[in-house]
Design a protein around this ligand. Structure first.
Ligand SMILES: *Cc1c(COP(=O)(O)O)cnc(C)c1O
Length: 382
């Protein structure tokens, strides 16, 4: 079964750098020569550009997407005794930060088509202790923010958008991260806007929240060596800001390319009965951080993680790399045993964990590489 094909990687961040190498290298050398490595005009410039891109008045840069979420919860004063509604089908960071501030994550099942929080089920999870909802625009697909904001506002809850995988995505006329009270972004290298290291940012239209965030990210200090509260060290490096300023100018082009790739996949994969390809909600414009299909396991013993894993192995044998985001739902994680959830509590999320495969997706993916992915899947599943 050895075929003479070039391997197709799941992602490739080196290629993106090659395309903008001259610009990035010059900017990096300038930072090195400047002697200003943390904070400073490059970071402030990036904050302004990122705010303008999102049509919000405030942006506070920080050290990671995880810190962005943590700082957002802190800025809203959420802590011990509070509950925050979250999705069980996401990266651990989304829930981890709720626990880190001393609050309790309360999970709500996802919608089978979008993999995002099932907005209809949120109301039933709200208690007098609920303070906020953290919708995640997973894989780059926006949550139905119209419905979600209506529920949040009617219960007087804050909304923190986890936009780590969705920089540039739109719901209606608005960018995600500009619709809720606070938007949280990650610049981890594989995200749509990725730095060359860790980085994150927080967007808001509330100057008081932004002021609080600035204090919290810098050891709870407004005036140097005078500390008002317990904060953290979560600043963005000037090197990352310089690189992100350049990459922000290409983000829309890269996202558009991801959309073309997604359309091409859909055209062919929607014809394979054993595959459920992802689809956009009307009203949303996704940015496809991941292209995640479901393997329905038709004609075999139903869908199981074992079958999905077998499909992935076969793909790998044909040179096609893939990933599983996410193999375990958060409510069943060992670390959350104390919350008392059980298998079956969130059947849609649990099923997704058994069925999902994320296919190669990055702006530089060629049509020939995509064809290779499509042929491999057809070969296996048709
Ligand atoms: C990547 C990610 C985060 C965390 O971002 P880091 O920059 O890696 O800390 C949070 N939430 C989601 C959904 C993510 O994908």
């Amino acid at each position: 079964m050895i075929q003479s094909v070039n391997p197709v990687p799941a992602f490739d961040i080196k290629q993106q750098y090659t395309g903008i190498e001259a610009e990035v290298s010059a900017a990096v050398l300038e930072v090195l020569a400047s002697g200003r490595y943390i904070g400073g005009p490059l970071v402030e410039g990036f904050e302004q550009q990122f705010a303008a891109y999102h049509g919000v008045s405030q942006c506070v840069a920080c050290n990671s997407g995880t810190d962005a979420l943590y700082l957002a919860l802190r800025a809203l004063g959420i802590g011990a005794g509070d509950e925050v509604i979250a999705t069980p089908f996401t990266f651990i960071a989304t829930a981890e930060v709720i626990s880190a501030v001393g609050a309790k994550p309360v999970f709500v099942d996802i919608d089978a088509t979008t993999f995002n929080l099932d907005v209809e089920q949120i109301a039933a999870a709200i208690t007098p202790k609920t303070k906020a909802i953290i919708p995640v625009h997973l894989f780059g697909q926006p949550v139905d923010m119209t419905s979600l904001m209506a529920i949040a506002l009617s219960h007087n809850l804050s909304v923190i958008e986890d936009c780590a995988q969705s920089t540039g995505a739109m719901w209606g006329e608005q960018k995600v991260g500009s619709i809720g009270h606070i938007g949280c972004f990650s610049f981890y290298p594989t995200k749509n806007l990725g730095g060359c290291g860790d980085g994150g940012a927080i967007t808001t239209n509330d100057p008081a929240i932004a002021a609080k965030l600035r204090v919290l990210r810098d050891h709870g200090s407004k005036i140097r060596y005078l500390h008002e509260e317990i904060g953290v060290n979560s600043r963005l490096d000037a090197l990352q800001a310089a690189i992100l300023q350049i990459k922000l100018r290409y983000l829309d082009i890269w996202n558009e390319r991801r959309r073309e790739i997604a359309n091409y996949y859909y055209q062919f994969l929607s014809q394979i009965p054993a595959i459920v390809p992802p689809q956009e909600l009307p009203g949303g414009i996704g940015v496809w951080n991941q292209y995640t299909i479901r393997i329905s396991g038709q004609g075999r013993n139903g869908a199981s993680a074992k079958y999905r894993d077998w499909v992935r192995t076969q793909l790998q044998d044909q040179g096609v790399s893939s990933m599983v985001y996410y193999p375990y739902p958060l409510h069943l994680q060992p670390v959350y045993q104390n919350l008392g959830y059980q298998i079956g509590d969130f059947p849609v999320a649990e099923q997704a964990c058994h069925e999902v495969i994320s296919l190669p997706m990055f702006p530089e993916l060629t049509q020939q590489q995509q064809d290779q992915v499509i042929y491999a899947l057809k070969d296996l599943l048709n």
